[in-house]
Each structure stands twice: as structure tokens, then as C-alpha cells.
Design a protein around this ligand. Structure first.
Ligand code: 5GP
Ligand code: ZN
Length: 113
């Protein structure tokens, strides 16, 4: 069985607050949100980072980006949105299953730079 926490989130053995799911991708709320509505989107296939993603996996993931951003905009009412992806520990990656962060932004004092 996989030791990857995001694989466990996909298979349901670790609970998560789901935002979106289809055949290829899963989106859920970050457990330590940098701002209200901070969400992660991951491929269902375990791929460590951007270098390991196939074009098809990248395409399946990025094609739902506008939809997820719209859902978060509607749900939380941010005035901006950062999309962020860390690859490798020196770049700040702490979970080694590719993920794209959606960080809704509210104003200059929302605590995230
Ligand atoms: P990274 O630093 O790798 O770019 O981001 C990993 C993110 O995963 C962090 O923002 C962290 O809060 C989040 N995270 C780590 N473990 C869990 C978990 O068990 N559940 C959820 N929902 N998020 C997690
Ligand atoms: Zn995984």
C-alpha cells in the first residue's frame, strides 16, 4: 500500500474536504490553509513532481483549472487568486505527489505574501 498521503486522500483512507473530482484529478481543501479556501489539485496517478507528469496528465489537470478557480471565487469571494506549484524540497515541496495550490486572495492583510 502507498505511503503517500495524497494517494491515501484519493483512496479515501485519509479524509479530505473535496472540492472537485473526475476520472483523472482530485481537488480538496489544504489542511493548513494559507488563506480562506486554499485548495490543492492533484492527478490521481501518483507522480512526484512536474518532471514526471505526462502531457496527458498535465492536460487533464490543467483543463479543470478554470472550473476550480471559478468554484472557489463563487464560494469564498476572493478578489484575487494565486496558483502555485513547488517542485523539490529546495523549492518548498513537502508532499511528493504533484499538486497545484489555489490560494484565494482577499486584501493586502490576508497574511500571504
Ligand atoms: P507543498 O509544500 O508540498 O507545496 O504543499 C503541501 C501542502 O499539503 C501543504 O500546504 C500542506 O498544508 C498540505 N497537506 C499536508 N498534509 C495534508 C493532509 O493530510 N491533508 C490536506 N488536506 N492537506 C495536507
Ligand atoms: Zn501519491
Amino acid at each position: 500500500m502507498s505511503e503517500c498521503i495524497f494517494c491515501k486522500i484519493i483512496d479515501g483512507s485519509i479524509p479530505s474536504a473535496k472540492i472537485y473530482e473526475d476520472e483523472h484529478v482530485y481537488a480538496f481543501m489544504d489542511i493548513m490553509p494559507l488563506t480562506k479556501g486554499h485548495t490543492l489539485v492533484i492527478p490521481k496517478n501518483h507522480k512526484e513532481n512536474v518532471y514526471d507528469l505526462s502531457e496527458e496528465e498535465a492536460s487533464n489537470l490543467f483543463k479543470v483549472v478554470p472550473k476550480i478557480a471559478s468554484v472557489l471565487k463563487e464560494a469564498f469571494g476572493p478578489v484575487g487568486m494565486n496558483l502555485l506549484n513547488n517542485n523539490g524540497a529546495p523549492a518548498g515541496q513537502s508532499v511528493f505527489h504533484f499538486h497545484l495550490h489555489f490560494i484565494p486572495r482577499y486584501d493586502q492583510t490576508d497574511g500571504f505574501r
